[in-house]
Design a protein around this ligand. Sequence first.
Ligand code: ADE
Length: 225
Amino acid sequence: MRIDIISAVPDLMHSSFNHSILKRAINNKLVEVNLINLREYAIGGKSKQIDDYAFGGGAGMVLMIEPIDKCISQLKSERTYDDIIYMSPDGELLTQKLCNKLSLVKNIIILCGHYKGVDERVREHLITREVSIGDYVLSGGELPAAVLSDAVIRLLPGVLNDETSALSDSFQDNLLAPPVYSRPAEYKGWGIPPVLLSGHGANIDKWRHEQSIERTKLRRPNLLH
Ligand code: ADE
């Protein structure tokens, strides 16, 4: 899979791809992530302009259509894209289901908004999907793009050491994950469920499944409907 992320401030995202699971996935060539600086497609020579005032007035700058169009056109001339995603609080809510779907495609572009957002014509003509990571407003689409990329990349075959571990994540099956414990089995008098020490695989699986259901009923009952 290839993910091209277009941003006015790509530095905001470097660290999330330079550590741990995502770094290993990139090094092992299971995914290619390109952070593209929109400024490289700026208009007006030296001034490197990518944003301008909104027509009609009002506070805040708007990312201009021309640099974004130049950047997306260049990428599209090199390969075909399954989706061109704009990160925005107005978009469809990011869910595990959408992550699963995106993990099956070959190439995507993610465009990050900044300042007041992008010229509406970008959304009308260049974008195929808008995605929000939640009902709150962030300063830009960079952190949301990193969130989306992380959630998708960890689903790609071979990314997680234990192939089954993405399948047992919360939200797969619409259930929250069961509790987990590690050593010591007793700490300050706080014990752990004895079944986990029983060595009985089937009982442990049954207990975990019951805990998932209980936890989901208690914390996120809406997932069960
Ligand atoms: N940009 C700003 N806020 C956002 C959000 N909640 N989701 C996606 N993109 C955003």
